[in-house]
Design a binder for this molecule. Structure first.
Ligand SMILES: [Fe+2]
Ligand SMILES: [Fe+2]
Length: 279
């Protein structure tokens, strides 16, 4: 039998059909009572429904070429998890924009155009390379969110923390699926690495545009102190992007595989917190 999956045997990619009641929290600055930090995560959320559909489509395109039954099962788990994430973030985004007066069509429009451009100009294997790259980013962000020494989400509204932790844990469970499919169908190392650079650029621009729109609607766009605190939150010592850097750049190693970062203990810790249902 051909082995194409490199997800460890102790990991199960289990779609958890969760609903999180977050509408009260979404009308507030739910992370640390801070407009920029809240907008960062809200803007990330805007990218998920369209982005995760693109990921699922990109992986499914190649599913028929996968011979390893373990990887086939993991593809099903991956599609199931992303399907529930899309549903919850779609509701999140609609509720957020309704409550706070943000323009969802504008916010999603940029990403829709980028995806349409990608479909028109890039091949299916390149779509898969973008997917593997963005799955690397979501996995290391999830790892950071669930890390033992990360106090950030402890400052969040509990319902919001539950949603983001659920998403983070499942991103870690399926972090190698698109990657293993990419390798199995012969994706090159050069394309894989280039895709991460391109995907990072588009994601960051999209999220910053989203934050700018949200802070403008919140009438905080000219609050320079807030922006200063925001850049510190992202980039200074202990900032979330800075903490991600070592894990991010590991993707550029030739022998890289997502499970070289063993996140078993973080998944186990999260599972222990799930003994009480969140909804
Ligand atoms: Fe997801
Ligand atoms: Fe994912």
């Amino acid at each position: 039998m051909i082995k194409q999956s490199n997800t460890p045997a102790y990991v199960t990619i289990e779609p958890r059909n969760r609903h999180h009641e977050i509408s009260d929290a979404l009308s507030t600055d739910w992370l640390d009572n801070h407009a920029f930090k809240t907008a960062w995560f809200n803007s990330m959320s805007i990218t998920f429904p369209l982005g995760e559909k693109f990921f699922v489509d990109s992986v499914r395109h190649f599913a028929g070429q996968i011979e390893d039954p373990k990887l086939q099962e993991e593809i099903k788990g991956f599609c199931g998890q992303e399907g529930f994430h899309r549903r919850e973030h779609d509701l999140y985004n609609k509720t957020l924009c309704y409550l706070r007066g943000y323009d969802l069509d504008y916010l999603e429009g940029r990403l829709a155009k980028n995806i349409a451009m990608s479909k028109a100009h890039y091949s299916p294997i390149q779509h898969l390379a973008f997917t593997a790259a963005l799955e690397h980013i979501t996995a290391i962000m999830g790892e950071s969110a669930l890390a033992d020494n990360d106090p950030m989400m402890n400052e969040a509204d509990p319902a919001m923390k539950a949603l983001w932790d659920w998403h983070a844990a499942e991103e870690m469970e399926h972090k190698a699926v698109a990657f293993d499919v990419y390798r199995a169908v012969g994706g090159t190392e050069k394309m894989r690495k280039r895709a991460l650079r391109q995907a990072t650029f588009f994601l960051i621009v999209d999220v910053i545009v989203g934050i700018t729109h949200m802070l403008r609607k919140d009438k905080k766009i000219w609050d320079l102190r807030l922006w200063g605190q925001g850049w510190k939150f992202l980039l200074f010592k202990g900032g979330i992007l800075r903490r991600l850097w070592p894990a991010y750049k590991a993707y550029f190693q030739d022998d890289f595989h997502p499970w070289q970062r063993d996140t078993k203990h973080l998944l186990n810790n999260w599972k222990e917190t799930q003994l009480i249902p969140t909804s």
